[in-house]
Design a protein around this ligand. Sequence first.
Ligand SMILES: [Fe+2]
Length: 239
Amino acid sequence: MAEKDFQASLFKNEEFLSQDECTKFAQIAFSNAHLCIVRSSRYKFLGYPFDYASIYGGHNADMVDGHNQLIQSEFGELLERVRSYFEGYFQEKVVTQDGLSLPGFNFFEIPPCTLLDTFYHLDDHKKELATRFPLLRITPESPTLSFTILMNEPKDHSSGLTYFDRNDPIGRKAAGHKQENQKHYLGFSRLQIYKAGEINFHQNLLHSVYAKNNSQLKQTRLTFQGHLLKLDEGLLIFW
Ligand SMILES: [Fe+2]
């Protein structure tokens, strides 16, 4: 079953953290927000996402180590929960890799009365990972999975994921368009609204973050997220 789940298209969500736990972790994350990597006025990260590093920032070992230490010391309990959840779900060992970022927090700032821009993509950075970590024996076929835990539910805000199966012809068409023209396809995709505390994971889906702020105030959508990559040595967890 584990093997099967890791090959097929999949979306799954399950209760994971209590509301009190979400509040506790969100408070720690917000109190460390000054340590975030700022990507733009709307996106910042506690943790150093590998795709961000490889596309925008270049891989910086000191930054990776610094953020990993922070995640370990402030959120070690959360990380351990995620790790044991996936070990139980897939009946496989979850492993980490020195020099590769641990899961972390994404802070999305959503202006008042705004729907976040749509961007359909597949989460796939295996080529860059294989180049940086040749000993891991990553192949283009190594299955990957992405997980997200929503930590807060601001008032008058809904957030989640819109998605198409990887081979859905409409989804492929959407992904072929420029980001600013992808909104037309939103209505054809499936929408999964996240609840704070649930763990959501998906693989092989063309997907886009969905976040809609109906209030008159700006809001921050806080998620803890990362990826799992199936390798001979186990499930590599990273972000
Ligand atoms: Fe993604």
